[in-house]
Design a protein around this ligand. Structure first.
Ligand code: GLV
Ligand code: MN
Ligand code: MN
Length: 415
């Protein structure tokens, strides 16, 4: 593979990234592309058009995961796959996920331009709803592919307006039985995802490429706190069972639990807090929180959850409120395949790029593809480590480096 020279057209790719960023529910530079929204559906059409122009064939499954195929010399062999997501959380930027999709397409085109013919098929996957925005659970498409989210569970999912996944996917044109989404072990020979780091390690160390060895274990729990409401002027302080005051203590207890593990690998966030009835002159009677708790070590992540729950017991008794938890997901961490990690490191060396191994603290579709295929991830730097914000940025040089390493890794794996 050392003599293979992928021919990357970085200006074309940067233009394509810019064009896709304009397909948004918010005004530029803000990207908001929630799954099955008009913007998501328009973005899917746009990406598929670019793939058809490259001579690739397209198949979609029942939940909208899209398989874009470059046929191999031996079509019956299991494909080598790459890809990521194009949905974006509210108020996001232009690179999260998208670099792995359009960069994956450019990696394929760069190999086509170089005259390379893969022995195995190479597939570019666009996963449905990596972001949890609409249905409250991350990696919907890859989670179903990996059999972690069952069709029965998927049938219970609704968005905040009460629209079911079932209706929304059908309206988006994705038909068929959800049981067909799950893929068997061996379906992919290997899977490699290109992604921005979403952290500042590579940039800080002046490195071009991160070869991911592990993906941290994410969990999400919904919390309901029920107290007693009343008149904000008339209800005396000793008589109160204020749900928001209880929630505030719980949020701080969770923060303290994550800080107390003795490692920076434990993180916890409360990103959603809904207060009922939400009137300035009314004591909050009910609060709904959504928590996000992660660690590279699954057992340590679970111990943070346990500490939060015992804090809740204590707060509940002391304040006279009810606190209940619903686990949305508590996934184990994933280990990348050592052969793929080494292939990424070698591809970086061949490309003349600097590289280190690192851990992914964000979750990715690779976490669930790892349930049925060997996976690897290629990280590239992003400015200041900023992500999930409109000012997210990765330079053309960083992106071109990632695409070259991806192209070489795909070519090595596809034979
Ligand atoms: C993915 O977007 C994550 O939150 O890690
Ligand atoms: Mn994201
Ligand atoms: Mn992402």
């Amino acid at each position: 593979m050392a003599d293979l020279q992928p021919i990357i057209q970085i200006d074309l790719l940067m233009e394509e990234l810019e064009t896709l960023a304009q397909i948004s529910e918010a005004d530029p530079p803000v990207v908001t592309r929630v799954v099955f929204s008009g913007a998501d559906l328009r973005a899917r059409i746009h990406v598929k058009e670019l793939c058809r122009e490259a001579g690739l064939s397209i198949r979609e499954d029942a939940v909208g995961n899209t398989f874009i195929r470059w046929e191999g010399l031996e079509p019956s062999l299991a494909p080598v796959a790459t890809g990521s997501h194009i949905d974006a959380i509210p108020n996001a930027g232009a690179y999260d996920g998208v670099v792995g999709v359009l960069g994956g397409l450019e990696a394929i085109r760069s190999l086509q331009r170089a005259g390379y013919q893969p022995r195995r098929p190479i597939e570019l996957i666009v996963f449905t709803s990596e972001e949890p925005t609409r249905f409250g659970i991350g990696c919907l498409g890859s989670r179903m592919m990996g059999g972690v989210l069952t069709p029965d569970h998927a049938h219970t999912l609704h968005d905040k307006h009460g629209h079911s996944l079932e209706v929304l996917r059908t309206e988006a044109g994705f038909l068929g039985d959800l049981t067909s989404v799950m893929l068997a072990p061996g379906h992919f020979h290997a899977f490699v995802e290109l992604h921005i780091e979403q952290g500042a390690l590579l940039e800080r160390e002046g490195l071009d490429i991160g070869a991911v060895t592990h993906i941290a274990a994410p969990a999400s729990l919904k919390v309901e706190i029920e107290g007693e409401g009343g008149h904000a002027g008339a209800m005396l302080m000793p008589d109160r069972h204020d749900a928001l005051c209880a929630a505030s203590e719980l949020i701080l207890a969770l923060e303290a639990a994550a800080k107390s593990t003795g490692t920076l690998d434990s993180v916890a966030t409360v990103g959603i807090c809904e207060v009922f009835p939400g009137a300035v002159n009314s004591v909050p009677s009910k609060v709904r929180l959504e928590t996000d708790i992660r660690d590279t070590d699954g057992a340590r992540r679970d111990s943070v959850i346990a500490t939060m729950k015992s804090a809740a017991d204590e707060i509940s008794v002391r304040r006279g409120v009810q606190i209940s938890f619903q686990t949305v997901n508590a996934d184990p961490p994933a280990t990348c395949n050592p052969i793929i990690v080494e292939a990424v490191e070698k591809a970086a060396a061949t490309s003349g790029l600097s590289c280190r191994t690192l851990v992914s603290r964000a979750y990715h579709d690779s976490l669930f593809v790892a349930r049925f295929a060997p996976v690897g991830m290629i990280f590239i730097p992003c400015r200041g480590g900023v992500s999930h914000r409109p000012d997210e940025y990765s330079s053309p040089e960083w992106i071109a480096g990632g695409v070259e390493v991806l192209a070489r890794t795909l070519a090595f794996l596809a034979g």
